[in-house]
Design a protein around this ligand. Structure first.
Ligand SMILES: C[S@@+](CC[C@H](N)C(=O)[O-])C[C@H]1O[C@@H](n2cnc3c(N)ncnc32)[C@H](O)[C@@H]1O
Length: 285
């Protein structure tokens, strides 16, 4: 039987051969998973021999990864912000870029301890809503999605994070079925132009739900559909924040302005790309 260190080297080599950029990192994660240890503790296990069952489990996971299945699907989880989320084939894999939106919203709020109503349109795993609720101890939130399967995942995530008493998840078409006013409305809608999806990396094109990716011919269809809902549901003085794809910030800001929400500003992700459009509704009637 191979030691953990040998298993990492062999696994990484196979992953690199099919062109996976994160081969060594993924190999370490997979070996840590079969050993049932946290990745940071791996060095203490380098000389440990994998049992037959562990080697067999590694082989199964490696085959899935070689087929370009995302690590989050294989492990069933993904770290996002400061929380860990369950992820399935029915949900978008939460992206580090989306943390830009969480950060922008938190920076725009004056008093984090205030009671607020949050609305997340297209909640997926619930990542944005749950990250915000984890920071805003007196806020409550509603997550809407058109996918029942995604909502089950979001509900389970709220439960495991101890946020189920402040988070509710409902099936819906953006905000169409909602009423009342919300202090914060967030959304990371599908925004990939339909014609570009098949050219994306296999992890995305083959494994992520198309309903979480496809934004119509120019990628902006979902913004056109949901911005009127935001305009209707955002409270005076409230904040709306939308994740956008590269090059979409100006057009999305214009759609917000046309719906009565002018003055949006843009937050950049760590790669320097305009990633989030954020606007505050005037508190004047
Ligand atoms: C890009 S994913 C974002 C998921 C999650 N908020 C995140 O940031 O990882 C978009 C989500 O919008 C949902 N969605 C698509 N069309 C919708 C609609 N008409 N109404 C509500 N949700 C919709 C998809 O099911 C998917 O979960």
């Amino acid at each position: 039987m191979a030691s953990a260190a040998q298993a990492i080297t062999a696994t990484a080599a196979q992953l690199a051969e099919v062109g996976i950029d994160t081969a060594h990192y993924d190999a370490r994660l997979l070996v840590a998973e079969v050993l049932g240890v946290e990745m940071r503790r791996l060095p203490s296990f380098h000389h440990a021999e994998l049992s037959e069952a562990e080697a067999a489990a590694l082989a199964v996971m490696l085959a899935r990864r070689l087929d370009r299945e995302p690590m989050s699907h294989i492990l069933g989880r993904r770290g996002f912000w400061t929380i860990e989320l369950r992820v399935t084939a029915d949900t978008l894999d939460p992206r580090p870029d989306t943390e830009t939106l969480v950060e922008a919203v938190l920076a725009a709020l004056d008093d984090r301890g205030r009671a607020r109503r949050l609305l997340d349109l297209g909640t997926g795993t619930g990542c944005i809503l749950l990250a915000l609720l984890s920071e805003l101890g007196h806020a409550t939130g509603l997550g809407v999605d058109a996918s029942e399967a995604a909502l089950e995942v979001a509900q389970a995530n709220a439960g495991s994070l101890g946020l189920a008493d402040r988070a509710r998840f409902v099936l819906g078409d953006w905000g169409k079925e909602q009423d009342g006013l919300f202090d914060v409305i967030v959304s990371n809608p599908p925004y990939i132009p339909d014609g570009e999806i098949d050219g994306l990396e296999p992890e995305v094109a083959r494994y992520e739900p198309r309903s979480a990716l496809a934004g119509g011919p120019d990628g902006l269809d979902c913004y056109r559909a949901l911005i009127p809902d935001i305009a209707r549901l955002l409270a005076p003085g409230g904040i709306a924040a939308l994740e956008v794809g590269e090059g979409q910030a100006a057009e999305v800001s214009a759609l917000l302005a046309a719906a009565g929400l002018p003055g949006a500003r843009v937050a950049r992700d760590l790669g320097g790309i305009d990633r989030c459009v954020i606007v505050r509704r005037s508190s004047e009637p």
